[in-house]
Design a protein around this ligand. Structure first.
Ligand SMILES: Cc1ncc(COP(=O)(O)O)c(C=O)c1O
Length: 386
């Protein structure tokens, strides 16, 4: 779909703002907005497992939505679980994992990760007496230090929690190799794919991980979370559940009544990406992102943090401007109707490893489906004057 036609599908992106805040949340696609509204008006708002038509429609919605999300992520629909957001679901997941951990066990994470894939594991380790260690990355190019990670994955490792892509600097680690290293010692792998799924085709099957988490509001859907959990793991994990809830399948992890209108919108957003084709989304975003990265790299007062090339990354860049605090840069861009985030964007370990905590982190600009070449030129012109 051509950029102008694509942009028309996002009512929230119609204004005169240049929206580089996509990594923190995207504008919803029109079909997802309609799906939530249509469901709410349909009379099918009921609950699951009932004897009447609306209850059947509710079951059908859940089954259909799991199927479409599974298709988008090339995952097993029997392991697709819906929830409030990635952070809430990860805390619920790690609370269950904590009941399986004991002193002497190890959980390995990375300093590239968003804190939503660090603190839940840290707390699970504190509560169970297991050890929590984090693999570093190279400050020069933002690449995960795979040798250090391999050394940390010892025979007592039970879980490896790794990002599919850094939400701050865009690095895409070699997650398949991480899975091979972990599975070699019998450890399981949890992939935070929140920043990966909006930008690249993702196959849970090909990655081979045990859990993959994503947030539909980062891919043009509503505020929700999705987890793909390997079905045997899902059915055996000692999750906190009420007794009448299903003992097997996704409903054992989805506490209480699902947010049905929201799930209807998740289904529509996933369908949208399937229709768009993630390979063409990735191509479009890379074409728009290339001049942004090169423009920032060519500015003498600007420093780009993380990968310096277009390879193995998402279209998200972190930078600082000499002598100007990141918050001030964000404010001066906002005055020109350019939306970016400043600070750590919750990647607190990453910012600390770069030595940027005291100076206020970085400015982050991300390209998504409705960001255009004109937006990029406006951003570059404004940064040059910041
Ligand atoms: C990489 C990454 N992981 C996790 C999260 C947390 O997601 P949620 O807001 O769905 O809890 C975010 C949100 O910014 C993120 O970018």
């Amino acid at each position: 779909m051509k950029p102008a036609a694509a942009r028309r599908r996002f009512p929230g992106a119609h204004g005169d703002w240049a929206r580089f805040d996509g990594p923190a949340g995207t504008q919803m696609v029109d079909s997802a907005i309609r799906a939530a509204s249509d469901w709410s008006a349909s009379g099918n708002n009921a609950n699951t497992h009932g004897a009447f038509a609306a209850a059947h429609a509710t079951d059908d919605l859940l089954e259909r939505a799991r199927g479409v999300v599974a298709q988008l992520l090339d995952a097993n629909p029997n392991g697709v679980v819906f929830g409030a957001n990635m952070t809430t679901m990860t805390f619920a997941f790690t609370r269950a994992v904590a009941r399986t951990l004991k002193p002497g066990d190890r959980v390995v994470g990375t300093r590239l990760d968003h804190d939503a894939n660090v603190s839940p594991w840290r707390i699970a380790c504190e509560e169970s007496g297991a050890e929590h260690v984090l693999a570093p990355f190279s400050p020069a190019d933002g690449r995960l230090d795979m040798d250090a990670l391999a050394r940390l994955i010892t025979p007592n490792t039970k879980w490896v929690a790794v990002t599919g892509a850094s939400n701050l600097i865009g690095t895409i680690p070699d997650v398949r190799t991480v899975v091979a290293l972990a599975h070699h010692v019998g450890a399981r792998v949890f992939v935070d794919a929140v920043h990966l799924v909006p930008h690249m085709p993702v196959s849970v099957r090909a990655i081979g991980c045990d859990v993959l988490a994503t947030s539909p509001y980062k891919w043009y859907g509503p505020h929700a979370g999705v987890m793909c959990i390997e079905p045997n793991l899902l059915n055996s994990l000692p999750v906190a559940k009420v007794r009448p809830a299903d003992d097997v399948g996704p409903r054992r992890f989805e506490t209480g009544t699902p947010n049905l209108a929201c799930i209807a919108a998740v289904e529509a957003a996933a369908r949208h990406l399937l229709e768009e084709d993630m390979r063409s989304v990735a191509r479009y975003e890379s074409d728009v992102f290339a001049p942004l990265l090169h423009g920032l790299l060519s500015m003498p007062r600007v420093r780009v943090w993380g990968p310096q090339t277009l390879d193995g990354r998402t279209p998200t860049v972190a930078f600082t401007v000499d002598g100007v605090p990141p918050d001030k840069v964000a404010e001066s861009l906002a005055a020109k109707k350019i939306a970016v985030w400043s600070g750590s964007s919750y990647a607190v370990e990453l910012v600390s490893h770069l030595g940027l905590t005291e100076s206020g982190g970085v400015i982050r600009a991300g390209v998504v489906r409705y960001v255009t070449n004109d937006d990029v030129q406006r951003l570059l012109d404004a940064v040059a004057l910041a």
